[in-house]
Ligand binder design. Structure first.
Ligand SMILES: Nc1ncnc2c1ncn2[C@@H]1O[C@H](COP(=O)(O)OP(=O)(O)OP(=O)(O)O)[C@@H](O)[C@H]1O
Length: 244
């Protein structure tokens, strides 16, 4: 579970995040939806301790990333925007390296890697060096690597960016399975259909602020619109940067 209260972050004169608050529950998929530059990545980076907030509070499974950065790494799985694979290593070695950082034994890493490779359809490329991997292959390795220590809470920054329809569908199945298993999944996206198809709760961010927060049905009600596309555009106040 993630609780965020009044989070703020500036880069010089740029106020990237201006008082963001939301809660992401276990057993739910929470979508951060916003146009380019809205502050989604900056918010996620503060959640996984990559950036210190200027103000505000974060609790992830009761832990504070500014104080408990090491403990947070155990409870959190992160699929960052830059997938950041080691290109000289194979997919399997990339995943194993993260398992070792988490102190897992070789046998546990091997068994979990087999399971993740089967679940994410990685068998064809699991032993290839990741240099030259397609976008979809890179995302799958990044997800497997993020899940090797079986974290309770999972953050994904624009996970379906650049994926084809079949890979997107497979990814959605996988994310729904995580939800069914009781995990809290938070994903950022600027694709309206993604949140509409997947998310139990939608947090709309625009210009660093929360524009709306609720279930898809609540957002329809709030906006007075009868479809999510019109609702999002109305709640954000512009359709710039949002993909249907
Ligand atoms: N390291 C940085 N230095 C300076 N400005 C930054 C930095 N990181 C983010 N910003 C600025 O903060 C704002 C929010 O950026 P952020 O990457 O969080 O948006 P986003 O919602 O993830 O956008 P996108 O959908 O384009 O990835 C933007 O104006 C961006 O230029």
């Amino acid at each position: 579970m993630i609780e965020v209260r009044n989070l703020e972050k500036s880069f010089g004169d740029v106020r990237a995040v201006r008082g963001v608050s939301f809660t992401a529950h276990d057993g739910q998929i929470t979508g951060l939806l916003g146009p380019n530059g809205a502050g989604k990545t900056t918010t996620l980076r503060m959640l996984y301790s990559l950036l210190p907030p200027d103000a505000g509070e974060i609790r992830i499974d009761g832990l504070d990333p500014t104080k408990d950065a090491m403990a947070i790494k155990r409870t959190l799985g992160v699929v960052p925007d830059s997938r950041g694979l080691y290109k000289r290593l194979s997919a399997r070695e990339n995943i194993a390296y993260y398992g070792e950082l988490h102190g897992l034994s070789k046998s546990v890493i091997a068994e979990r890697t087999e399971r993740l490779a089967a679940r994410l359809n990685m068998e064809d490329f699991i032993d290839r060096k990741t240099d030259g991997f397609s976008q979809g292959q890179r995302v799958k390795v990044a997800i497997a690597r993020a899940m090797i220590h079986e974290p309770q809470t999972v953050l994904m920054d624009e996970p379906s960016n650049g994926l084809d329809v079949m890979t997107t569908r497979a990814l959605r199945h996988y994310i729904r399975d995580l939800k069914s298993a009781g995990h809290s999944v938070v994903l950022s996206t600027h694709i309206m259909q993604e949140v509409a198809a997947l998310c139990d709760r939608i947090v709309i961010i625009a210009a660093g602020k929360i524009a709306a927060d609720g279930t898809p049905e609540e957002l329809l009600q709030m906006s007075g619109c009868d479809n999510v596309e019109d609702a999002f555009v109305k709640l954000i106040g512009s359709d710039e940067g949002l993909l249907a």
